[in-house]
Design a protein around this ligand. Structure first.
Ligand code: 5AD
Length: 347
């Protein structure tokens, strides 16, 4: 393991065999203990002891997809569906701006309502009202032409987790109408258009073993994303994966640390899913090389309905209105919240 880590830091990439050695150790607490300080030092070399915050606005839980792991999948009749109005989003941005947020992430299911013709003027309106803020979108797969229009309207980052880079595993997580090839094409389009692009996967999803994670790391080192979104799989009771076990906290932290060592400058959130499984998830994530936290800025009345998995945290330091509590938590480990928009340093 030590020799593999040295090669990773020296060359910035690894062979499949070396990745397999590191990833096979992912559940061992002793490996995390050795790895985390290296990853944290790597993050500090670029970002110091600062964390970027993003206000996450959950635009809609209406989704045309039927992913087996996800609580807002099309076939789930238990969830009450909502779509925020443009005024609700602008109000959320205003409250977020007052609280110090300079990035807003508009995330949602693949809701056909949000056509380009609706999104473009909406993005322009947000940009006009908050000119010193960056807009991140996380609205799933769209055509290259659509992404181009969203970029032209002023969006600058796009999160689209690849979920798994192993085609057979992708088919186990998604119905036949979705494909890994289409997913990767969308990611390539986003990056080619100039977006800061984010990929990522769940840790411990059903069917994920070392060889699937090796595929993920080979993809990530090839794709060179500007952001990586990565948290544990957590079952949702009204999905086909209701009875599957959640991913582990230790393995999630090991994988976050390995992403940091692979991509020293990547924007890497300590995710809500991690904080859902571990109340100290934010701090553990930062100790493993994370540099971003994305508190929930959705109107509180809809938060319970954006139910990707059971128990999803949206209170305490996961809530944007409690950003001062988050700052206090970070201060206990000598970190502070950065005031900038927080682009990737190459952008
Ligand atoms: N557990 C953890 N993460 C999930 N996501 C969806 N469902 C779950 C789940 N059950 C993640 C996916 C998706 C992101 C918005 O949330 O990776 O890309």
């Amino acid at each position: 393991e030590a020799a593999c880590l040295e090669r990773l830091v020296r060359a910035g990439r690894l062979s499949a065999e070396d990745w397999a050695v590191l990833l096979a150790a992912r559940t061992q607490p002793a490996f995390l203990e050795a790895l985390a300080p290296l990853a944290q030092a790597r993050a500090q070399a670029t970002y110091g002891k600062t964390v970027y915050i993003r206000g996450l606005i959950e635009l809609t839980n209406i989704c045309q997809n039927n992913c087996y792991y996800c609580g807002i999948r099309r076939d789930n009749r238990e969830v009450s569906r909502y779509r925020l109005s443009e005024d609700q989003v602008l109000e959320a941005c205003e409250a977020g701006y007052q609280a110090g947020f300079r990035t807003f992430v508009l995330q949602g299911g693949e809701d056909p309502y949000w056509t380009d013709n609706r999104l473009v003027p909406f993005i322009q309106a947000i940009r006009h009202r908050f000119p010193d803020c960056v807009l991140t979108l996380s609205l799933g797969e769209r055509s290259r032409e659509s992404y181009a229009r969203l970029y032209a309207a002023g969006a600058r980052r796009y999160l689209l987790r690849h979920e798994t880079a192993d085609p057979a595993h992708y088919s186990r997580l998604h119905p036949d109408e979705m494909s890994l090839a289409r997913r990767l094409e969308a990611l390539a389009d986003l990056q080619a258009l100039g977006f800061q692009a984010g990929c990522g996967m769940m840790v411990g999803s059903p069917g994920q073993g070392t060889s699937q994670l090796v595929q993920d790391f080979l993809f990530i080192q090839d794709f060179q994303p500007q952001m990586v979104g990565l948290g544990p799989f957590i079952p949702h009771h009204a999905t086909p994966f209701a009875d599957q076990p959640a991913g582990g906290v230790t393995e999630t932290l090991v994988i976050l640390a390995l992403v940091r060592l692979l991509l020293p400058k990547v924007l890497l959130p300590a995710t809500t899913a991690l904080a859902t499984l571990d109340p100290r998830g934010h701090l553990a994530g930062i100790a493993a090389g994370c540099n971003v936290i994305m508190p929930n800025l959705s109107p509180p009345s809809v938060r319970k309905d954006y139910s990707l998995y059971d128990g999803k945290r949206s209170s305490g330091t996961e809530a944007a209105e409690n950003v001062q509590a988050l700052a206090a938590e970070l201060a206990t480990v000598g970190y502070r919240i950065a005031v900038q928009a927080g682009n990737h340093p190459d952008f």
